[in-house]
Design a protein around this ligand. Structure first.
Ligand code: ZN
Length: 284
């Protein structure tokens, strides 16, 4: 077992994260999709059906979670963020309009970031962390996160344990993600806009995620699972997620935390030294 203090004596730490994208990724693909009733209903299922069902499941399992909410979604559903925080979970920043930073200019990213912060401030929701839309962070994104006084980002993949990034505006923790722990690659299917073409069996997904959890217990990692309520909120998929959590709890050595609590532990762990981002590669 690792002696790194961020693990708190656990074999692995698990963060259940739910990206409450709702209609935002579809509208970011084209504002005219607002006129597509089926598409809008497919996306609204997330906050309207998936989130309440997920909150009830988390209560029953007694585990905390983190919900990354785009500012646009929070603004259009004014009670949503508060309803999550009231249940003991964390709400974090997930852009305003769900456009990837890599698709924006520096100024556009700054404006989008600040606009989401303003929405949460107006609703009295305290924000400590950020996840880039589509995980599409730019080299400037970590500094922007630090500039707004946030403590962590969760968009990058340079490790499978938390790490610390030194920016010109201060240090943040990175809680790394990976495509193998994202339900989008397993369940996203929509013909137009084409956000995905897969509908996998929840049994296969449960097997995949349990295998990764077992490996992460062996190596002392952060099991940072990314689910979307419009995908994983569906009945059979949510049962599989419940079984995954029960499997982890049965080990007795996997700790479930909110992302902000992992970030605080990582920033306080002397074994995790701050890394400066390398220079972006120049090619050719
Ligand atoms: Zn998202």
């Amino acid at each position: 077992m690792s002696t790194d203090s961020w693990l708190g004596g656990a074999a692995a730490v698990a963060t259940l994260t739910f990206d409450v994208d709702a209609e935002s990724p579809v509208l970011a693909a084209g504002a005219h999709y607002a006129g597509h009733l089926m598409t809008m209903s497919h996306q609204s299922y997330g906050p309207d059906v998936g989130v309440p069902r997920i909150l009830d499941m988390l209560d029953e399992l007694g585990v905390p979670a983190t919900f990354f909410v785009p500012g646009w979604v929070a603004r259009h559903r004014p009670g949503l963020a508060a309803s999550i925080v009231e249940r003991g979970h964390e709400v974090a920043h997930h852009s305003y309009a769900h456009r990837a930073p890599t698709s924006m200019s520096d100024q556009e990213e700054r404006d989008d970031f600040a606009r989401a912060m303003d929405v949460f401030a107006a609703q009295g929701i305290e924000i400590q962390g950020h996840r880039a839309a589509l995980w599409g962070a730019r080299w400037q994104t970590p500094e922007l996160v630090a500039e707004h006084g946030l403590r962590y980002d969760s968009s990058l993949m340079a490790d499978d344990r938390p790490y610390r990034i030194a920016t010109a505006r201060g240090e943040i923790a990175e809680l790394p993600v990976h495509w193998s722990l994202d339900d989008w690659e397993q369940y996203a299917f929509l013909p137009e806009p084409a956000i995905g073409t897969v509908i996998e069996s929840p049994a296969k997904v449960l097997e995949l995620w349990c295998a990764e959890l077992d490996g992460m217990r062996h190596y002392g990692c952060l099991f940072n699972l990314c689910c979307h309520p419009f995908l994983s909120g569906r009945p059979g998929r949510l049962l599989a997620l419940r079984r995954l959590v029960e499997h982890a709890l049965e080990y007795g050595d996997v700790t479930f935390l909110r992302c902000r609590d992992v970030a605080a532990a990582a920033l306080a762990d002397p074994a995790l030294t701050a890394r400066a981002l390398p220079e972006p590669p120049v090619y050719p």
